[in-house]
Design a binder for this molecule. Structure first.
Ligand SMILES: O=P(O)(O)OC[C@H]1O[C@H](OP(=O)(O)OP(=O)(O)O)[C@H](O)[C@@H]1O
Ligand code: HPA
Ligand SMILES: [Mg+2]
Length: 171
């Protein structure tokens, strides 16, 4: 039976999202902010984060998938492309987790082709142990060293996205 070790509670997530939302609202005041949620994992995080941002902004989605079980296949497949025009706009990529960093590196390179004014990254979890590429998170809600994380949108083979808090999964 899998075990779920609570790492970050619902209350802690709520408190941290309020802070990050306020910071984004200040930093992007007078900018043309577009949040791009990376599906599927970011759907819960994005839904809560957007409601903590007090300035006008638009929302779009991009789909990227590479994990099977607890490891990356190394093949990042784009399952959806953004619909909005991104040229000359201020893009904030919203991700559930940066792990090896390969997904966000590839997405950043892809979005750059649309000639945005700026691109930054907001991640719920910045996890360090398996990092393979040099890429920085601009807005990090929680920093973790290791573990395989589920809940609050994050899955293991498509399950456990519905858990309300953030857990370390022990298989
Ligand atoms: O930094 P990396 O090692 O590339 O890992 C991070 C990516 O992996 C997960 O996506 P996944 O492939 O599981 O797709 P999902 O969002 O649909 O679950 C996660 O949502 C990130 O997009
Ligand atoms: O720790 C993780 N949990 C869930 N999905 C992931 N995708 C990359 N790392 C993880
Ligand atoms: Mg996944």
């Amino acid at each position: 039976m899998p075990e779920f070790i609570l790492l970050i509670s619902e209350q802690e997530i709520k408190k941290q999202l309020k802070k990050i939302g306020q910071k984004i609202s200040i930093d992007y005041k007078d900018k043309d902010l577009v949040l791009i949620g990376v599906l599927k994992g970011s759907f819960v995080f994005l839904a809560d984060l957007t409601r903590q941002i007090s300035i006008d902004h638009e929302i779009d989605f991009l789909g990227a998938s590479s994990y099977s079980g607890t490891s990356s296949t190394g093949q990042i497949v784009f399952t959806k492309q953004p619909d909005l025009k991104l040229e000359n706009r201020d893009i904030l990529l919203v991700e559930d987790i940066m792990d090896t960093g390969n997904t966000l590196l590839k997405i950043t390179e892809f979005i750059k082709k649309s000639n945005p004014k700026s691109i930054k990254i907001c991640a719920l979890i910045d996890k360090h142990e398996r990092r393979e590429v040099k890429i920085a998170v601009d807005y990090s809600c929680f920093s973790l060293e290791k573990g395989f994380i589920v809940g609050y949108g994050l899955d293991y083979d498509e399950k456990y996205r519905n858990l309300p808090a953030i857990y370390d999964l022990k298989l």
